[in-house]
Design a protein around this ligand. Structure first.
Ligand code: VGL
Length: 194
């Protein structure tokens, strides 16, 4: 079975020091990069998604509720929108073959809303590579990882969630999201247990 790794939104703004930091984000960036280097022979394709906002309406709010509205983050052209250095190094070394962007003018939690530089949606990128199963990791467990994983299941992919290569905005909603992914037929596993 052809297998892809989808790395969700491992960007500076979602890490410690960024505009919408997720606790453990920097550690996830380093561990995901190590995983890609160690497991490169297992993947036929490695894709990274980016949250990439210009004017996403009420996704940004001056007084965000951190559920449906957020501080400004991942604004196109700012350092916060860039992939974390350990991840951008993988792009430079061609260990990540595709970067897909979402959310220019709307909220977009799922990587399946993202397009590659040629305007090709993630689903087509995966289908063109004849991918049947995906491993998913990144930020944040309870938002963009959750949405990406559930859409991957809806589109018929087998899904493994690498839970130790994810971090949540909120611990409790992170736990709930993992249960939801499991109920949707995903395998929850750790990088070390695979
Ligand atoms: C995300 C909150 C707002 C994410 C994106 O990448 O999980 N979370 N926008």
């Amino acid at each position: 079975m052809r297998n892809a790794l989808v790395i969700v939104d491992v960007q500076n703004d979602f890490c410690e020091g960024g505009n919408l930091p997720v606790t453990g984000g920097l550690a996830v960036a380093a561990q995901v990069a190590r995983h890609v280097r160690q497991s490169r022979s297992e993947y036929d394709l490695v894709v990274a998604t980016r949250d990439y906002h210009e004017n996403p309406g009420d996704h940004f709010a001056p007084q965000p509720d951190f559920v449906e509205s957020w501080p400004r983050h991942c604004v196109v052209g700012t350092p916060g929108a860039a992939l974390c250095t350990p991840i951008s190094n993988l792009v430079d070394e061609d260990l990540i073959q595709s970067v897909v962007d979402k959310g220019r003018s709307t909220a977009a939690y799922s990587g399946f809303e993202a397009l590659d530089p040629e305007g090709c949606p993630l689903l087509d990128v995966l289908r063109d590579a004849r991918i049947e199963s995906v491993d998913v990791c990144g930020l944040a467990t309870d938002y963009c990882v959750r949405a990406t994983v559930l859409d991957a299941r809806k589109n018929g992919f087998e899904v493994r969630v690498l839970t130790d290569l994810c971090a949540a905005v909120n611990e409790e909603s992170g736990r709930r999201a993992l249960q939801e992914m499991k109920a949707a037929g995903c395998q929850l596993t750790t990088d070390s247990a695979r």
